[in-house]
Design a binder for this molecule. Sequence first.
Ligand SMILES: Cc1cc2nc3c(=O)[nH]c(=O)nc-3n(C[C@H](O)[C@H](O)[C@H](O)COP(=O)(O)O)c2cc1C
Length: 237
Amino acid sequence: MTETIKLMKAHTSVRRFKEQEIPQADLDEILTAGQMASSWKNFQSYSVILVRSQEKKDALYELVPQEAIRQSAAFLLFVGDLNRAEKGARLHADSFQPQGVEGLLITSVDAALAGQNTLLAAESLGYGGVIIGLVRYKSEEVAALFNLSDYTYPVFGIALGVPNQQHEVKPRLPLNQVVFEEEYQEQPVEAILDYDKVQADYAGARATTSWSRRLAEQFGQAEPSSTRKNLEQKKLL
Ligand SMILES: Cc1cc2nc3c(=O)[nH]c(=O)nc-3n(C[C@H](O)[C@H](O)[C@H](O)COP(=O)(O)O)c2cc1C
């Protein structure tokens, strides 16, 4: 096994941090490593806002009450970004039509790949972190707080810092229920029930609800409206 694979298999999200800063040199390494992720046509359709001031973190926490935001040494807001694309495209054409599903997939996949690279790089230096997708539930307010321009939107954040907690690695679905040979294989409901048990055993006394119940909470209702409204305001839908 390589050191890289060992690191990847040891990943757990960290949501509590010590009151310790991340030196600038480490942040530079983490962010430049993150930037080396592949991107659609090398468009690099994302930006990152590095938040270090406690004031700004607290303001974000007011909108998105996740303790990891407030405690983080650095909070990175990953922004889907076609603002540069607009400027580049208009050098050559009057028409700029980023609205729709493709534009959203291009930007969110690029942001996700860079984000995952960033988190792994941070973990390789002994830091911990957690991705915070809940920023999307307050997309309009978050966009205003960070002065986001047309053709940009918050995809997720990453709270980073020196870990002040350690969890066991969270068990994943069995590999053969996620990776299929040659063609897709729809899974029986028993596979879901089995994983509910695996998750319940992992969570132990900390368990509040089951994995499948969380699926029901997420997908049993219409999506929150703020993401769509903000995307419309930013001319991406
Ligand atoms: C897109 C995305 C958004 C997430 N948003 C949140 C979040 O808002 N708050 C949180 O505590 N964890 C969040 N997480 C972390 C997941 O809950 C976590 O990765 C998952 O439970 C697996 O646990 P592990 O990372 O410890 O292995 C997010 C993860 C992803 C990939």
